[in-house]
Design a protein around this ligand. Structure first.
Ligand code: SF4
Ligand code: SF4
Length: 766
């Protein structure tokens, strides 16, 4: 056990609001701190030097710094980077939000101090993981995104392996006639520029390219992914066991430190757009089919090869449609405007009709839209295509309702082009289709039961509908888990390239619908994340959101009952299993969220500075007043990522709230072990409030599923409450975003009102 010193700051108004001398006395007396000092400005060079000297003299081996929030002054209090430092937030969470020089305010600071000393005493010095890692990056997909990611990483000095399933690099962009305008005045389509990039990649000394190749297996973890790449070969001995297809493949085993998944997209299945005339005649084509026609030469009527004199584009063909793709693919409007220029180049007199729900041309693309709109032979109108039928002279008769002309109109045209959306090039059809259908059912569900059914089906499918491209040997499946529409992505607000597999970053249209310009930016971002991943792995440190953390979970497996909760609940697939079901950690995959710690009923998962025992001891350190003192106590578990900083912001804004609460930050609400709730309630604490990130499809949880898992675990706590014969009102979980600090005082007051109504916890004093 450590011998912590306590250092109390009297600056920033703390000295005026609190009796710091009394706090210091408590530290030296009841808390048995090895040293207890008060400094008027602890973060000043002299204040920090005093702490250093105590360490150097061997007077202390851990420091409890009772001052500002741990989110600030990190550099000042880092000392040598190795010292055990426990920050006790008596500024934002006490002095700035409570009545100055008040008994309850002082009691709050004292409890926080007690909790901090207990935690510092139990913290062990962490040691980073230290295995040799590979800094080679694997880029999967040789389209614009993959090529850009490979080039950028190679230019930054990293070795890159680029794997492409087709015989040629270039992907979809290489099939285009032109791309969207990229230079001022943004009124003309541009050259695709892909040929130059392909040459640069193939000539680059740090990039190794595999074409006609697929990945048959990905083992391992960040810093040490062992990847099997299969390429066609005729040199396998005929007597080798395996199928003819396997015989024709040669396997190459590679080691990579991180992976960029850039597998692009495919067009939405037009066979499902029969209501817009697809399949009626060959003269109804998709935007991708028209692009191929344009790239190959003249655009003609496919049915009879006649020149095209009139074309009608149907926007959002199957997009923003609950029966098809509920989302906007963001590129189809621009693709149509670009293709209208192809028609006009070929036949300046051609009539072009564009029927849209909205035309979405963000940023500089608006100028391209205006240029198209200004052309006298272009007819753009908001409207709904009600039907496409065979018309006179081999033309197509298109009925449009709800147009800006205000009436039903019929247009006879040579060609109908369906602006179909983008589907991530992630899985082969069936699984994605089933996922889409489950999603559609969920969107259309009328009752809560139907919604729950569809959500369950979608959740199950997500784990089977991922890429099937990397063929991961993870216990949780070979695919990247996907979001609602089949895009692999873990945290859409803060970490856009993240997937739920650490060290694997999605970029380009496989991550979200986007055009090739956006995909190039995305490639750069994902390449940087991959570089960060290998560099952090090389130092044994976590990637974001706990970037730089050197702690990792240790499993005391002698007591493991093989219940598999940790292996199932870890959102990042960190834990594989042996044949008996005992977890096999892959610590470099770990994001240090502590969800496994919360999941484990045997309480055998712990970090050097975060454990079930440590938090339980902090709970025990809270002084619970007797019933007749009329001072209720509530414990608040707060997610460190959003809720805790929101409480800091409340402090900065001097928002006052009930002084009966005691806050314990958690790495993630998912790291909540329900034994802490039982501990708190059986000690006489009147209630427990959990504040975590938003969950559900539009989740904001930094560990994707943590707050949702905490909510599920609360179901089990209800049994504990029943056993203790306590009211369910004593427990509440609330979702809160970082920008909702203003909600906190009312939230806390509301919870305390509930507890006051429920009356004192009968376990007080027991
Ligand atoms: S649950 Fe979190 S802490 Fe535990 S192994 Fe998984 S990523 Fe690591
Ligand atoms: S949750 Fe705990 S007991 Fe269950 S398998 Fe994991 S380590 Fe073992």
């Amino acid at each position: 056990m450590n011998k912590p010193g306590v250092y109390i700051c009297g600056g920033c108004g703390m000295g005026q609001a609190l009796d710091t001398a009394k706090l210091s006395k408590l530290a030296a007396g009841e808390c048995k701190a090895a040293v207890s000092r008060v400094h008027p400005f602890l973060c000043s060079p002299e204040g920090v030097e005093q702490i250093r000297q105590d360490f150097a003299a061997g007077a202390v081996d851990a420091a409890v710094i009772a001052a500002c929030s741990p989110r600030v002054k990190q550099e000042a209090f880092r000392l040598d980077g190795q010292a055990i430092i426990e920050r006790v937030n008596i500024r934002e969470h006490v002095a700035w939000c409570q009545k100055p020089n008040d008994e309850d305010t002082q009691m709050m600071a004292e409890d926080y101090l007690r909790m901090g000393v207990v935690r510092a005493r139990k913290t062990e010095p962490p040691e980073p993981l230290a295995e040799p890692v590979s800094r080679t990056l694997l880029v999967v997909g040789g389209g614009m995104t993959g090529i850009t990611a490979a080039l950028e990483a190679a230019e930054a000095g990293y070795q890159v392996v680029l794997v492409e399933k087709e015989a040629q690099l270039g992907g979809f962009v290489a099939t285009l006639k032109k791309r969207f305008p990229v230079l001022a005045p943004y009124t003309e389509p541009a050259s695709d520029g892909i040929a130059e990039k392909i040459s640069a990649v193939t000539a680059h000394p740090r990039i190794r390219v595999f074409t006609s190749a697929k990945i048959t297996r990905t083992d391992g973890q960040p810093g040490m992914f062992d990847v099997t790449v299969a390429q066609p070969s005729g040199c396998v001995a005929p007597e080798t066991p395996g199928s003819a297809e396997e015989h024709s493949l040669k396997a190459v085993l590679l080691r990579a430190g991180a992976i960029v998944l850039a597998t692009g997209w495919k067009p939405y299945d037009a066979a499902r757009l029969g209501h817009l005339g697809y399949g009626l005649t060959p003269d109804v084509v998709t935007n991708v089919e028209l692009e191929r026609m344009a790239a190959a030469g003249a655009i003609t009527r496919p049915s009879d090869g006649r020149p095209v004199e009139s074309v009608l584009f149907v926007q959002c063909a199957g997009s923003r449609d609950k029966d098809h793709l509920p989302y906007c693919s963001s590129v189809c409007c621009m693709a149509t405007l670009k293709q209208a220029t192809y028609i006009r180049e070929q036949n300046p007199e051609a009539r072009v009709y564009i029927i849209y729900k909205d035309l979405r041309t963000p940023g500089q693309y608006e100028k391209f839209y205006r240029a198209a709109q200004d052309h006298p032979l272009n007819f753009l109108t908001k409207g709904e295509v009600a039907g496409v039928e065979k018309g006179p002279d081999g033309q197509l008769a298109v009925t449009v309702t709800g147009s800006l002309l205000g009436e039903k109109i019929q247009l006879n045209v040579d060609l109908v082009v369906l602006a179909a959306g983008m589907v991530p090039n992630a899985a082969d059809g069936e699984a994605i289709r089933a996922l889409e259908e489950a999603t559609v059912r969920s969107v259309k569900a009328e009752t809560a039961e139907q919604r729950a059914d569809a959500a369950r089906a979608a959740e199950q499918l997500k784990h089977h509908a991922g890429t099937q491209i990397l063929n991961l040997t993870y216990r949780q499946g070979p695919d990247l888990p996907v979001l609602r529409y089949g895009f692999p992505d873990s945290h859409f607000i803060c970490f856009p390239y993240e997937t739920r597999r650490t060290g694997i970053y999605a970029a380009g249209a496989v991550r979200a619908p986007m055009d090739s310009s956006a995909a190039q930016e995305d490639a750069l971002g994902a390449a940087l994340k991959a570089i960060q991943a290998v560099e952090l792995a090389a130092r044994g440190r976590a990637v974001h959101p706990r970037a730089g953390d050197i702690t990792y979970p240790a499993f005391f497996l002698q007591r493991c009952t093989q219940c598999k909760r940790c292996t199932e609940e870890c959102p990042f697939g960190t834990l594989d299993e042996d044949e008996k079901g005992t977890p096999k950690p892959n610590p470099y995959r770990c994001r240090r969220c502590g969800i496994c710690l919360g999941a484990c009923p045997e309480r055998i998962v712990s970090f050097k500075n975060y454990s079930v025992d440590m938090i339980a001891s902090m709970i025990k350190a809270i002084e619970v007043p007797e019933e007749d003192e009329d001072k209720p106590r509530a414990l608040v578990f707060m997610c460190e990522n959003d809720a805790y900083p929101a409480l800091d912001i409340a402090g900065m804004n001097r928002l006052r709230y009930d002084a009966s609460v005691r806050v314990i930050p958690l790495r993630c609400l998912g790291s909540l072990n329900i034994v802490w709730i039982a501990d708190a309630l059986s000690r006489g604490i009147d209630g427990v409030l959990l504040v975590g990130c938003k969950y559900g499809d539009d989740y904001q949880c930094h560990f994707t599923r943590g707050s949702e898992l905490a909510n599920q675990r609360l179901e089990n706590v209800k049994e504990t409450l029943e056993r203790l014969q306590l009211e369910p009102e004593r427990l509440q979980l609330t979702q809160l975003a970082i920008d909702e600090a203003a909600r906190l005082p009312a939230l806390i007051e509301g919870f305390m009102d509930r507890l006051r109504k429920a009356g004192p916890n009968p376990y007080k004093g027991m």
